[in-house]
Design a protein around this ligand. Structure first.
Ligand SMILES: CC(C)(COP(=O)(O)OP(=O)(O)OC[C@H]1O[C@@H](n2cnc3c(N)ncnc32)[C@H](O)[C@@H]1OP(=O)(O)O)[C@@H](O)C(=O)NCCC(=O)NCCS
Length: 206
């Protein structure tokens, strides 16, 4: 098993993992048309972030089995640009296209919201269903934290979406739920909350 930065050759596999992530935390986006959604997610990755910058994968026996990404404090996460509406409409049909766009927009409003200054972000953690319960998420998050610590980040936040029962998992990994300010667009965002972990001061061993 190897944890390594993701690269352009991983886009198809990472697209598939991201659809598994949406299925867990925002099933409205996927609807019943998984193949169409997968096509759109892969297209948007190819257009917007073909190098999967900030992303890391776990590879086991030549298969990509987990994905996660980091956004350092000085380079916050940005929404992934989506294909044009006509493409989404043609792929999913009108009503599913509208649900997809609204779902993605609400998700991005939540997970790309401004974090308090000085906080890096870990996001898009997903393990392929056939490989869950083996400690891969723990290994991946450890690795992402080391990368952020090495780059001088002292504090990490991540978003957990309401309805996705992973607060216990992140609690085990040392994250604590914190109060996050509402803001005027709160009602538009996908419901969720923030968890935080302090990595230690620069130069301290984590
Ligand atoms: C959540 C997810 C990433 C966990 O991956 P995993 O590789 O199965 O997790 P691990 O095996 O590393 O588990 C680490 C620890 O958390 C615990 N854990 C795992 N999932 C949990 C959950 N949903 N609730 C509470 N604890 C959980 C494990 O029992 C393990 O505890 P232990 O070390 O004391 O035995 C995986 O289930 C997944 O991809 N889900 C769909 C996508 C998703 O929800 N991602 C999170 C977005 S914030």
């Amino acid at each position: 098993m190897e944890i390594r930065p993701a690269n352009v050759g991983d886009v198809d596999a990472v697209g598939d993992l991201l659809v598994h992530l949406y299925e867990a935390e925002a099933p409205n986006i996927v609807n019943s048309n998984r193949a169409g959604c997968l096509d759109l997610v892969r297209r948007s990755l190819r257009q917007a972030n073909p190098d999967l910058a900030g992303g890391y994968v776990i590879e086991a026996s030549g298969q990509i089995v987990a994905y996660g990404a980091i956004a350092p404090a000085d380079d916050p996460r940005r929404p992934i640009r989506q294909p044009g509406f006509r493409t989404i409409w043609r792929t999913l049909g009108l009503f599913a296209a509208l649900r997809y766009l609204v779902g993605i927009k609400r998700l991005m409003l939540r997970v790309c919201a401004q974090l308090p200054p000085g906080n890096a972000q870990i996001h898009s953690i997903v393990v392929h269903p056939a490989f869950r319960g083996l400690g891969l998420c723990r290994s991946l998050v450890d690795h992402l934290e080391s990368e952020l610590r090495r780059a001088g980040n002292e504090s990490i936040m991540l978003y957990v979406l309401k309805g996705n029962d992973v607060i216990g998992l992140y609690g085990k990994l040392g994250y604590r739920r914190v109060a996050a300010g509402g803001g005027p667009l709160e009602w538009l965002k996908h419901p969720g909350f923030v968890m935080h972990k302090f990595l230690g001061r620069k130069g301290e061993k984590g």
